[in-house]
Design a protein around this ligand. Structure first.
Ligand SMILES: Cc1cc2nc3c(=O)[nH]c(=O)nc-3n(C[C@H](O)[C@H](O)[C@H](O)COP(=O)(O)OP(=O)(O)OC[C@H]3O[C@@H](n4cnc5c(N)ncnc54)[C@H](O)[C@@H]3O)c2cc1C
Length: 489
């Protein structure tokens, strides 16, 4: 058991922005374990490019406008109370990480520089060039490493939680070895589910483990079928992970072109290329059917080499690796899975239906996004609602007896190897049943197959490995999504 004790006050699962910011908000006398299933920085937070939205510039912006923009993007399906909390409290968190945790946002003189993204009516996106997530993740992790009460361990995967009086037993796999630790509270910050599809912008960790584990012990999971497809992922010829061409590129004037190199968005929506993501993705699919080709481009060449390299150094370098010089060439793009609006259903203190279990960040459903997330609202959500989880935990720790007194449950002893192909089958089911537009016949057939796979994974006596846990998570997520999709229809 490398670097861990047997018992902690709080177990935080995930070292992205939500997990690490939660750890940083707990009192110094609270013992905290943060586990990350791979390296600390392998997460969606690290990949975030565009930035974090917050009403900092009060002369030109207002909370009401940020709320209105979020409601429009979300199709008015948002939870208004949670959204008000997000927009009203968010600026404080953003200023705090900037002033007290050394997070560096781009500046113009002594003012923070704001950019514009699709769906925002004001320039309110704070950013660090085009690698905001990397800046936030690295600085927050560096801050957490300074704290004596926080232990952070890599390559340690949560496999299951067993609720008991006073807390949980958590079954972890560390370098393939099963370990059990006890905790009084657990905060799941395990991120999204992009890897349930064949192509995604998400990092390899995004297999929905936290959602599946919470579901298994009775937490409510809501709106898991609300998957966001980003319209402009780099259309690479190979590989599962699609590099994102951030909305900020369109925000700064890039044109979205069809195979004939013509702008086409105004044919479908008067907001053009800066319409919300779901709209742009649907328009691309419609245009794709009309033109009989999946070839689409972004064109930012007219902004000039200096501007492009200054504003989008990471995108420039990454595209160059793929053989595309964005100062001279068109950028090939196509939609793919990007973000999950639904998740483990939580209250305004990130509390789930299971006592002492909290969820924050992309794995949680706070309701702030409604049916479709407005760009750059998710890092803000990760900050605000992970902090709010710690308020509730701190309050309870002052008033309640905690600590697990029962012995740990038996560790599963299955020894069969995971059959090949289950994960690929699940991914293909999802792509056919629900990519930009749902296909209900494919969803019905896919649900039958996914249910069979999930059943086999639960009773088949398989060896406890990281691949096995991820396969079970993907199958669970697929089954929940398809059931919801069919119920909605
Ligand atoms: C390419 C890209 C660009 C984006 N750009 C933006 C943007 O500009 N602005 C914005 O607001 N949002 C953006 N997003 C979305 C945003 O980055 C994420 O929603 C947010 O960072 C999620 O943070 P998180 O802490 O919830 O999850 P993550 O950062 O994904 O962290 C999840 C953590 O959970 C751990 N984990 C998962 N399962 C287990 C397990 N079983 N056991 C142990 N650990 C586990 C992982 O190892 C990881 O440490 C972008 C997303 C992507 C993919």
């Amino acid at each position: 058991m490398i670097g861990m004790k047997k018992e902690y006050d709080v177990l935080i699962v995930g070292s992205g922005v939500a997990g690490v910011y939660a750890a940083l908000n707990l009192e110094p006398d609270v013992s905290v374990l943060v586990v990350s299933k791979r390296e600390l920085t392998l997460c969606n937070s690290f990949l975030a490019q565009g930035g974090v939205a917050a009403v900092i510039d009060k002369e030109n912006d207002h909370y009401r406008l940020h709320i209105a923009d979020t409601l429009i993007a979300g199709g008015y399906k948002n939870d208004l109370h949670s959204l008000q909390i997000l927009v009203n409290e968010g600026p404080e968190d953003v200023l705090r990480i900037m002033k007290h945790m050394d997070v560096d946002f781009d500046r113009e003189g002594d003012r923070v520089k704001m950019t514009l993204e699709g769906g925002h009516s004001r320039r309110r996106i704070l950013h660090h060039k085009d690698s905001t997530g990397r800046e936030m993740t690295e600085k927050l992790i560096a801050e957490a490493k300074k704290r004596d009460n926080i232990t952070m361990v890599e390559n340690t995967q949560l496999c299951s939680l067993t609720p008991c009086d006073g807390g949980f037993w958590a079954l972890l796999l560390q370098d393939d070895e099963p370990i059990q630790i006890a905790c009084s509270y657990c905060v799941l910050c395990t991120g999204g589910i992009g890897r349930v599809y064949p192509y995604t912008t998400n990092s390899a960790i995004a297999t929905g483990d936290g959602i599946a584990i919470a579901h298994e012990i009775g937490a409510k999971v809501k709106n898991l079928h609300l998957v966001q497809f980003h319209p402009t992922a780099f259309a690479a010829e190979q590989g599962r992970e699609r590099f994102l061409i951030s909305e900020a590129v369109r925000g700064e004037g890039a044109k979205l072109l069809n195979a004939a190199e013509e702008e086409f968005m105004h044919r479908y929506d008067e907001r053009g290329a800066l319409a919300p993501r779901d709209v742009v993705s649907r328009c691309i699919i419609q245009e794709s059917k009309r033109q009989g080709s999946e070839t689409f481009y972004l064109d930012i060449r007219h902004k000039g080499e200096e501007f492009i390299k200054d504003h989008f150094p990471m995108i420039y370098a990454r595209c160059l690796e793929e053989g595309v010089d964005i100062t001279k060439d068109l950028i090939p793009v196509f939609p793919c899975t990007h973000y999950l609006m639904g998740g483990i259903d939580v209250g305004i203190f990130s509390n789930t239906a299971v006592d002492r279990l909290y969820a924050a960040g992309e794995c949680a459903h706070t309701g702030v996004h409604g049916a479709n997330r407005l760009a750059s609202n998710s890092l803000l959500e990760a900050l605000v609602f992970s902090r709010r989880a710690t308020y509730d935990i701190s309050r309870r720790m002052r008033h309640e007896q905690s600590g697990v007194t029962v012995p740990p449950p038996a560790i599963p002893t299955g020894d069969k190897p995971l059959p090949k192909g289950y994960r690929t089958t699940i991914r293909n089911i999802m792509q056919k049943a629900w990519f930009v537009e749902p296909d209900l016949d494919a969803a019905r057939e896919g649900l039958r197959v996914a249910n069979d796979i999930l059943h086999d994974l639960c009773v088949g006596g398989y060896k406890l490995t990281s691949d096995y846990i991820e396969a079970k998570s993907l199958a669970t997520v697929c089954v929940i999504i398809l059931k919801e999709l069919l119920e909605e229809a």
